[in-house]
Design a binder for this molecule. Structure first.
Ligand code: APR
Length: 230
């Protein structure tokens, strides 16, 4: 049975209306990474950080999955083999598009995490700095997002999937953030055919065997039709 492992990044949600990180007017042009996406930033100003993710949670709730999210769900449902989606995105557009086997390696906006005991629970739409943990009662609730300097989730399982992949596809990711940017090399060294879907070649683009250039809603849709023989 053949296995397809797909890594997605902010580019797959761009056409749904969520800005990417590294575009000229993207999130990292508007906010300082060290303020809103590091444990040190959270310790310095929890309110700023919680409000940043509250705004992103509200935005994610207003947008809808696009044709690329839906095509991947259809691929999983109809492909004669295994399909695993690994996303760096913290929105829930893959799940709402119908994908079942999904890893949120950088956490997700719908989760809260206790900075004190590590307990995880569903986040309210609006978190407050100093919200208490339902388990240990410490006033240490934070968004369940993997920040710079923190270990992404499920790494061991993800590397197992990469080792078994016959096809590895990366969709809408700039290849700047590791370990995700290293997945192509891992999959390729294990014999996978590798395909990059992007508007332009990414920072690790030269490591892919195949490139499909254009908006994900079109390129991914077409690829899925090919794989399903439509
Ligand atoms: N179709 C395909 N690709 C697109 C589209 C589109 N419609 N729109 C944008 N892209 C591409 C861009 O060309 C770019 O290469 O998506 C990529 C988005 O890159 P980033 O903004 O760097 O997002 P990502 O790679 O997901 O970032 C990785 O960085 O700050 C962190 O934790 C954050 O998970 C994030 C990680």
């Amino acid at each position: 049975m053949s296995k397809i492992v797909i890594l997605t990044g902010a580019g797959i949600s761009a056409e749904s209306g969520i800005e990417t990180f590294r575009a000229e007017d993207g999130l990292w042009a508007q906010h300082r990474v060290e303020d809103v996406a590091t444990p040190e930033g959270f310790m310095r100003d929890p309110e700023l950080v919680v409000n940043f993710y509250n705004a992103r949670r509200a935005q994610a709730a207003e947008v809808s999955p696009n044709a690329a999210h839906k095509a991947l769900a259809q691929l999983e449902a109809e492909y004669d083999g295994e399909v695993v989606v690994i996303t760096q995105n913290v929105d829930d557009l893959h799940e709402r598009g119908g994908t079942q086997t999904l890893y949120h390696m950088h956490g997700h906006l719908k989760g809260a995490l206790c900075a004190s005991c590590g307990h995880r629970w569903p986040a309210p739409m609006v978190m407050q700095a100093g919200d208490t943990c339902p388990s240990c009662k410490a006033p240490a609730a934070r968004p369940d997002i993997v920040w710079f300097g923190e270990m992404p989730y499920d790494m061991e399982r993800l590397f197992d999937h990469l080792a078994q992949a016959d096809i590895f596809a990366a969709i809408g990711t700039s290849g700047n953030v590791y370990p995700a940017a290293g997945f192509v090399a891992e999959a390729r060294s294990n014999g996978a055919h590798t395909i990059e879907f992007n508007l332009e070649e990414s920072a690790v683009g030269n490591q892919f065997a195949e490139h499909r250039t254009g908006p994900a809603s079109q390129t991914v849709r077409k690829w899925v039709d090919e794989l399903l023989g439509k």
